[in-house]
Design a protein around this ligand. Structure first.
Ligand code: NDP
Ligand code: MG
Length: 396
């Protein structure tokens, strides 16, 4: 029996890779719903190829444009956040790929968890913003959570199959989270102030959306992944160690009490974790090149430099602070990255603004999802004020 899929963020990098794996295994997977945001023509082409029952976008004018492109098809076009939630909870859906970027991905991912689906989580922001509530929804509604982020997928594959988050019982000592170090790993620190958006999005190993590419350059992505690992695997901050591995072949490791370290290796191609999670516990063809270790020659590892990558340190600090701090960090980072991509603030302004916002918004309540949404909104306002002030000063 083919598994029925909803793919949130189908037009993005993860969405396109997911559809590629689906197209290679047509007897195993059937697309029931696809969603996008701005790339309406691309979404229409995907609908023609995969013939989903539903296509969803957030805004009604985009829905009208999409509808006009799909009049001769059987696909029904829907609009709005409720429609995104609706296609995650449909009774016929088995699996939801949650690959919207940013905090907009939270509500649909939660809807999938509350409907007890198999949730393939690419949207790490869901866990950074609201990890406690999302994990409670997964457990409370019998959903299955499979991580798409390559590091967390590697950790999942390296943990015992029956791992329940009790590290002591399973003899798990540490999680070793690998990071490529991004494009600025060896660049002279004094030149970082001149980094352009083009340089920041040019990742050496991975092709990704713009936001996550900038996060990789600043290593905020690794910081968000530390927080993500904390929630996914119930790991304490001191059990999660970041290791720089520039070749991006070892995607992460788990260290056990007896000294064993288990790792998952593959070429850097998101189709591997996507195919793993789509087919789990089976394995399917992903179209990925075989790993040729002899040709690679060497794999190297080094410790991260927190002075070069202050965002990584800020993420550990936010995780240690707990409560709403990681939601504040995530929201402020979204504003700062967008402002950097718009050339309103310099690259170093990302970390500077986060430090300022985290310093101002401490101790916000985090007793409910509403509290976290309020913290997210407050952090956005605070970060925007920082950006406006900074860019106003720069233009004077
Ligand atoms: P992209 O920017 O390539 O794609 C984002 C997708 O979300 C697109 O389909 C976009 O639609 C849609 N979208 C954007 N904003 C909204 C919104 N407000 N409401 C609804 N839909 C929206 O991102 P990626 O595919 O690179 O990343 C997706 C997620 O996966 C992120 O959370 C990222 O951190 C995570 N991830 C990505 C990895 C990668 O290798 N790319 C690796 C690990 C995690 P449209 O394009 O039509 O505007
Ligand atoms: Mg990752």
């Amino acid at each position: 029996m083919a598994k029925n899929l909803t793919i949130l963020g189908a037009t993005g990098t993860i969405g396109v890779n997911t559809l590629d794996v689906v197209a290679r295994n047509p007897e195993k997977f059937r697309v029931v719903a696809l969603t996008g945001q701005n790339q309406i023509e691309k979404l229409a082409l995907q609908c023609r190829q995969f013939q989903p029952r539903y296509a969803v976008v957030l805004e009604s004018d985009k829905a009208s444009a999409l509808q006009a492109l799909l009049t001769d098809t059987a696909t029904e076009v829907l609009a709005g956040m409720e429609a995104l939630e609706f296609v995650c909870a449909l009774p016929e859906i088995d699996t939801v790929m949650a690959a919207i970027v940013g905090s907009a991905g939270l509500r649909p991912a939660l809807a999938a968890a509350r409907a007890g689906k198999r949730v393939l989580l690419a949207n790490k922001e869901t866990l950074v913003m609201a990890g406690r509530f999302f994990m409670e929804a997964v457990r409370g509604h019998g959903a299955t959570l499979l991580p798409i982020d390559s590091e967390h997928n590697a950790i999942f594959q390296s943990l015992p199959a029956n791992y329940d988050g009790d590290s002591a019982r399973h003899g798990v000592r540490r999680i070793l989270l690998t990071a490529s170090g991004g494009p600025f790993r060896t660049r002279a620190v004094e030149t970082l102030k001149a980094v352009t958006p083009e340089e920041a999005v040019a990742h050496p190993n991975w092709v990704m959306g713009k936001k996550i590419s900038v996060d990789s350059a600043s290593m905020m992505n690794k910081g968000l992944e530390v927080i993500e690992a904390h929630w996914l695997f119930n790991a304490r901050p001191e059990q999660i160690e970041v290791v720089i591995h520039p070749q991006s072949i070892v995607h992460s490791m788990v260290e056990y009490l007896d000294g064993s370290v288990l790792a998952q290796l593959s070429n850097p191609d998101m189709r591997t974790p996507i195919a793993h999670s789509l087919a789990y516990p089976e394995r399917v063809e992903a179209g990925v090149n075989w790993l040729d270790l002899a040709k690679l020659g060497s794999l190297t590892f080094e410790a991260p430099d927190f002075a070069r990558f202050p965002c990584l340190k800020l993420a550990y600090q936010a995780l240690a602070a707990g409560g709403a701090a990681t939601a504040v960090l995530n929201a402020a980072n979204e504003v700062a990255v967008a402002a950097f991509l718009d050339r309103r603030i310099p690259y170093l302004g990302i970390a500077a603004s986060l430090e300022s916002v985290l310093g101002r918004l401490t101790g916000l309540p985090a007793e409910s999802l509403e509290d976290l949404m309020a913290a997210d909104a407050a952090a956005r306002r605070e970060a925007q004020t920082w950006v406006d002030r900074e860019s106003g000063m720069a233009s004077r």
